[in-house]
Design a protein around this ligand. Structure first.
Ligand code: ADP
Ligand code: ZN
Ligand code: ZN
Length: 743
């Protein structure tokens, strides 16, 4: 036994996976009153230095006196994280079984994690000079970029900073230089982004709120009636039913009461149009947080929220961990979206944690979706949350008609049936736009030799290489490796290499041949990689000329296509056959989301779904726009199979370059688990559906329990034991509580 130390001890969270709290002595010459939970300190750790966050102080440590190390410096005069957020992080650390250090440090803005000052700095704003204000964009006809920039600056008399310009224009710097040379623009330094603060809001005229229809009215009233306590509302409104209008009116009410609002959206949903819509309506400083921002803007926006200057924060998943001392309402849009789940490092679900945050503060949360997740619907059934429905489209738009195209025995041209192609022609003739949806990018998923049967496979994964014709490349969509297409078969030297199956690139090619007089725009991860290219295509679509859009699920979210009159789903069947138990739920959500893109304005839309399963009962619910019937059927299936939300899962994954190490580790983990609790169901270990990826062999072990709490307690015991297992050192392993994808 070592004698316990008796001084002021700092209990620190430090970055890294170790599920422990670390004890340190305070820095010399440090005022102890400043040692409050939530401040950062610089610490020696092994031979390195790390930045840690103080969780608490104590009088005693289990560590022997002479082994305790002293913190080097206190970095903050005031806590950067308040008690509320620290509590949430502790909760998340326990629930998801990640170290408190990984949770806290991982959610801080990069600059704070690196130990930089938690103070706002100045930033550059571009603003029109008096001469510039009088200049006419028409005179810049030959320089359309400069004209666009001039117009933009005219619309923002208070000036624009780099993040805002980036949002609106790509490559604006060269044009800005020209305008500076003309003396139409000047530069000014100001305290962080007050340009985005809408401080002039009171003087600029905001758009009026819309007169609500009766469903919207009921929803707004129901939410407003309970602003002073925790309540989870599920706003279930079909696409175009005016959910955003409901959000805006409730937000206004909360702002009037001098509280802050957090709005979480899926990654792909955070479009400039959305931010614009909020700015046009709300007289409040709106901050934005997403991964596209530079480190400095991220920090500034984060601090503006923490200091209370920003009143509304719109952000993606990780914005959940932003300090908002006067938080009065959380809104989470498209709550069914998968991007709220973090799939690597600290695996958490921002939707579920947002509910916990609201609960802990005692404020309402609104989850919005046209196609709610089964989990959220189950919560309504259990009366844990309240459903508010918007069953009709707002304004005049009509819901689209949905129809199945039976493609059994039909000849398909790269996945396109003759019936579908005919309808495409008719819609184009009527000057409508057409959107074709296919969940596979690239040209063809398989390259095969007709003579010997060789096919192109990734050397590092158990996967085919996808042909990308444009770049003349074979690419692996799992590890990113790529190589050039060779005209000869590497096995038999034959030249008869065939492309099998169709991706977006190939469908684009077929359509360009077939409809040479219209533009075909492909929208997927490949075609939108270059900054600004998506915006350019979206602009072209907004102009309303007949075009054909071919795209992946990027098209299903966030964007409004008022002139699209025909939507075609090429491969709806894949969702009916997948091994993932969530696949049919996803397929239905995607189908209705894609369908919702059509006919949003005056023109009614038509949606055609190609299928080999025209009698599938699930598809028939969707045809009737009966998402409720669809989801009730799936919930029944889940109940019978005892799958979530009727039971709780945790997935232990392991991987290693060594072919057997991962399975061995999981086998031992399973034995350990059985010793702690014999009633727990453990399935596996099994090789992952794609066993080898990027040169590593992967395996998984699935735990299931009917009681969330018991699963938690039991995992909490197991994790430290796994950390200490010898076989753990040979693998990379991770735990995924409430996994959303089973690979
Ligand atoms: P959602 O978010 O549910 O998809 P939106 O809020 O984007 O729907 O609304 C769809 C369209 O209907 C928008 O153009 C919006 O301006 C319009 N709209 C919404 N509410 C009303 C209303 N009460 N009266 C008239 N138009 C409305
Ligand atoms: Zn061959
Ligand atoms: Zn690969």
């Amino acid at each position: 036994m070592t004698k316990p130390t008796s001084h002021l001890i700092l209990r620190m969270a430090i970055p890294g996976p170790l599920r422990r709290i670390f004890d340190y002595l305070p820095p010399l010459d440090c005022d102890p009153t400043q040692l409050q939970a939530g401040v950062r300190l610089r610490l020696p750790f092994g031979s390195r230095q790390v930045i840690g966050v103080l969780l608490a102080t104590a009088q005693h440590s289990e560590i022997a006196d002479k082994k305790l190390r002293r913190a080097q410096a206190l970095l903050d005069r005031q806590p950067i994280l308040g008690e509320e957020l620290l509590k949430l992080m502790h909760w998340a650390s326990r629930y998801y079984q990640y170290s408190i250090g990984e949770v806290i440090l991982g959610s801080l803005p990069t600059l704070l994690r690196q130990g930089q000052d938690a103070r706002t700095t100045t930033e550059t704003v571009w603003q029109l000079t008096a001469v510039g204000e009088k200049a006419d964009p028409q005179t810049l006809k030959r320089a359309p970029k400069q004209a666009a920039l001039l117009q933009l600056l005219k619309n923002h008399a208070e000036g624009l900073d780099a993040p805002m310009l980036n949002q609106q224009l790509s490559n604006w710097r060269a044009s800005m230089k020209r305008l500076l040379e003309k003396n139409w623009v000047y530069l000014r330094e100001q305290k962080f982004n007050s340009a985005t603060q809408n401080t002039q809001a009171e003087t600029t005229i905001k758009k009026q709120s819309l007169a609500l229809n009766s469903h919207q009215q009921l929803a707004v009233e129901a939410i407003n009636a309970k602003l002073d306590r925790y309540q989870c509302h599920l706003l279930n409104g079909i696409t175009g039913s005016g959910k955003t209008e409901v959000y805006l009116q409730v937000i206004q009410k909360v702002l009037d009461a001098d509280r802050q609002v957090l709005v979480l959206v899926p990654e792909i949903g955070l479009t400039p149009q959305l931010i614009q819509r909020f700015r046009e309506r709300l007289s409040a400083h709106i901050a934005v947080l997403h991964s596209g921002l530079g480190d400095r803007s991220r920090l500034n926006n984060w601090l503006a929220c923490g200091h209370g200057e920003a009143r509304v924060l719109i952000g993606t998943r990780s914005a959940l961990f932003t300090p908002l001392p006067a938080l009065g309402l959380i809104i989470l849009d498209e709550e069914h979206d998968l991007s709220f789940k973090q799939q690597d490092s600290f695996r958490y679900n921002a939707r579920d944690l947002a509910i916990v945050r609201a609960q802990k503060i005692g404020i309402p949360i609104v989850l919005g979706s046209a196609t709610p997740s089964l989990e959220s619907l189950h919560n309504v059934a259990q009366q844990r949350s309240q459903m508010l429905s918007l069953p009709e489209r707002a304004g005049t738009a009509q819901p689209p008609s949905l129809r199945l195209l039976d493609i059994r025995h039909q000849k398909l041209e790269q996945g396109l049936s003759a019936q579908l192609l005919n309808r495409v022609q008719q819609h184009l003739d009527a000057r409508g736009q057409v959107l074709l949806f296919l969940n596979r990018r690239g040209f063809a998923p398989v390259l095969m030799c007709h003579d010997c049967g060789w096919h192109a496979r990734c050397l590092r994964c158990d996967a085919h290489l996808t042909v990308h014709h444009g770049q003349q490349q074979l690419r692996c969509h799992h590890c990113g490796s790529q190589r050039r297409i060779n005209p000869h078969c590497p096995d038999c030297n034959s030249e008869s290499l065939h492309f099998m199956g169709a991706g977006t690139e190939r469908v684009e090619e077929v359509l360009s041949h077939r409809f040479p007089e219209v533009r075909v725009l492909r929208i997927d991860r490949d075609s939108t990689r270059r900054k600004g290219s998506l915006e350019k295509m979206l602009d072209e679509i907004q102009r309303g000329e007949p075009v054909i859009l071919v795209g992946t699920q990027m098209l299903a979210k966030g964007h409004h296509f008022p002139n699209v009159t025909l939507v075609g789903m090429l491969d709806a069947d894949y969702g009916l056959f997948s091994s993932d138990f969530r696949a049919s739920e996803r397929m239905g959500q995607l189908l209705l989301q894609v369908a919702g893109r059509a006919g949003r304005a005056e023109r009614a839309g038509e949606v055609l779904i190609q299928t080999h399963q025209p009698d599938n009962p699930l598809l028939h619910f969707l045809l009737q726009h009966d998402y409720s019937g669809f989801s009730q059927t799936l919930l029944k299936e889940r109940a019978e199979a005892e799958l979530p939300p009727y039971s709780h899962l945790a997935l232990l994954r392991a991987e290693s370059p060594d072919a057997t190490a991962a399975m061995q580790f999981l086998q031992e983990a399973k034995q350990q688990a059985a010793q702690i609790q014999s009633q727990l169901l453990a399935f596996g270990p099994l090789p992952a559906p794609m066993e080898r990826r990027a040169g590593r062999f992967r395996a998984q072990l699935l735990f299931q329990h009917h009681q969330r709490g018991e699963l938690q307690q039991w995992l909490a015991q197991l994790m430290p034991q796994l950390e200490n297992m010898k076989s753990a050192r040979k693998v990379r392993w991770s735990i995924d509580v409430d996994p959303m994808e089973m690979y």
